[in-house]
Write a protein that binds this ligand. Structure first.
Ligand code: FAD
Length: 479
């Protein structure tokens, strides 16, 4: 193994071109994560334009014993795509692999390169009258490669599943620099281990995703959203049951937001005001956002929502409801929900817990965890919101009002995490619903995952990446 970095840089420049190998200062966008929690230093940021170039870069780095950190839109929330601070890792930035390779409308699929930005994929599908339903607040900058590497969830999981369920095939560059072409686009393929599923959710630790076949669905004729004020989380869970019964497969989103999350949005995001101003809704009420996607008409979608909300109002599970009257109105409701992470960032660093719990146990989980967090940190501010329909909550904790966030985080993070993750375990949940493990939750994973599961995961890593070339120390400890 050669470790001559200058020689590696020279080879990289010859292989992908001078302009595609960035070194020196000014690389913060690649070296500091979205939350500004992780600050690394890269030997170089390499921006290949094709799968063959990716494979050549992997072979060169492998020959020189230099680790590779795959990176897409760099919107990940667990520090998985940020280099460490050694100055000896290469960031493999995939943004230039951004072509739509093929459409197969009869197969309801499209083949795209890994660096395509999610929103541009949604738009390309829409231009053909089809829908790629993966949707999350970072869709303007996250990439398909990153979505698949983290098995992203988002707002449509209730109906369409995670990124995994929306992927029919992959192309991957392996740790020895070979290209695995798994772009068949089949819905049925029982020819042994599912390699595709192994790479999905592997967070860049097993291979570099360079392209994918994505599953498309017919575009709904109408999408209508509603907001409902509910007295508490028990009522929100009851509303979910009612809405599922009334709307069936048309119910495509069911999001919940606690009062503080909407307060922060109103404080930090210009143009967004609290939805219940002027209504007889107590300040302690939670807000639910429901979305119906309908194959018939806007009026039909509105009628479905009105029937679900009407029944819930009768049973006092809903205090007040607003059904969007136009597409712009629906967008406005979504904007409230999607602005929460940005509002939280503006309020200051915070502790994020992206967890899942069986839906039925969520009210008890939140009540118990609120109590135990307040016991270790009186005045801590809970910003609790998320995809209640999938049992996925973002249980985030902001420093008490007026307390400087970074010092607070340092002092309280371990104790608050212990409260939250102990409660997650006690309620049969998962410590990472959709954001992944990365650097942030690696040690927590070791504490919480069974010894058998960890041993199986290490065997897979050893088999596919024996030299620990891809993302060492992320997801699993370095060997
Ligand atoms: C405002 C905001 C809202 C968000 N909302 C959601 C949400 O609702 N649901 C959700 O699941 N996530 C959410 N996220 C997290 C993030 O957007 C997703 O994880 C996204 O899928 C990451 O894509 P990316 O291209 O930015 O990946 P990056 O951040 O660049 O990378 C993420 C991980 O994937 C690896 N990786 C990236 N590209 C590749 C590749 N081509 N091959 C192999 N490995 C690769 C990286 O090494 C890293 O470990 C949100 C983030 C933000 C900032």
């Amino acid at each position: 193994v050669h470790t001559n970095h200058d020689e590696l840089l020279t080879h990289l420049r010859t292989t992908v071109g001078e302009a595609s190998v960035l070194t020196g200062d000014g690389l913060e966008a690649y070296e500091v994560d979205w939350r500004k929690r992780y600050r690394g230093r890269a030997l170089a940021v390499v921006r290949p334009r094709s799968t063959d170039e990716v494979a050549a870069v992997v072979r060169l780095c492998r020959r020189h014993g230099v680790a590779i950190v795959p990176q897409g839109g760099h919107t990940g929330l667990v520090g998985g795509g940020t280099p460490d601070d050694s100055g000896r890792q290469v960031v493999l930035q995939l943004g230039r692999l951004n072509r739509v390779r093929a459409f197969d409308e009869a197969n309801f699929s499209m083949t795209v390169e890994a660096g395509c930005v999610l929103q541009s994929v949604q738009e390309a599908a829409a231009a053909r009258g089809l829908w790629f339903p993966l949707s999350l607040a970072a869709e303007g900058s996250c990439t398909i490669g990153g979505n698949l590497a983290t098995n992203a969830g988002g707002t449509q999981v209730l109906r369409f599943g995670n990124a995994r369920e929306l992927c029919l095939g992959l192309e991957v560059v392996t740790a020895d620099g070979q290209v695995w072409d798994g772009l068949g686009g089949l819905r049925k393929d029982n020819t042994g281990y599912s390699l595709r599923d192994l790479f999905i959710g592997s967070e860049g630790t097993l291979g570099v995703i360079t392209a994918a076949v994505l599953q498309l669905v017919p575009r709904p004729v109408a999408q209508v959203t509603a907001l409902a004020a509910v007295p508490d989380l028990d009522a929100a869970v009851s509303l979910l049951r009612t809405a599922t019964a009334r709307c069936g497969a048309s119910l495509t989103a069911f999001e919940v937001m606690n009062p503080l999350s909407l307060e922060l949005v109103a404080r930090h995001v210009p143009g967004l005001s609290p939805p219940w101003a002027g209504h007889a809704v107590p300040p302690s009420a939670w807000t639910v956002l429901l979305e119906v996607s309908d194959g018939e008409s806007e009026a039909h979608a509105q009628a479905l929502l009105e029937s679900a909300l009407g029944e819930a109002l009768e049973h006092d599970h809903v205090l007040e409801a607003l059904v969007a009257s136009s597409v712009a109105h629906s967008r406005q409701f979504w904007h409230l929900r999607e602005a929460i992470p940005l509002a939280q960032a503006a309020e200051g660093l915070n502790l994020k817990h992206d967890i899942s719990i069986p839906v039925s146990r969520i009210p008890a989980f939140v009540a118990a965890t609120d109590r135990s967090v307040q016991a270790v940190s009186p005045g801590a501010r809970m910003v609790t919101f998320g995809h209640l329909g999938d049992g996925n909550l973002h249980y985030n904790v902001q420093a008490p009002a007026g307390v400087e966030p970074s010092g607070y985080l340092q002092a309280f993070e371990p104790a608050i995490n212990a409260c939250v993750y102990d409660a997650v375990q006690a309620h049969g949940g998962s410590i990472s619903a959709e954001h992944g493990i990365g650097a942030l939750k690696r040690d927590e994973l070791e504490r919480r995952k069974s010894a058998v599961a960890l041993a199986l995961m290490r065997s897979i890593k050893q088999a596919l990446d024996p030299a620990d070339l891809f993302n060492p120390g992320r997801l699993l400890r370095r060997r």
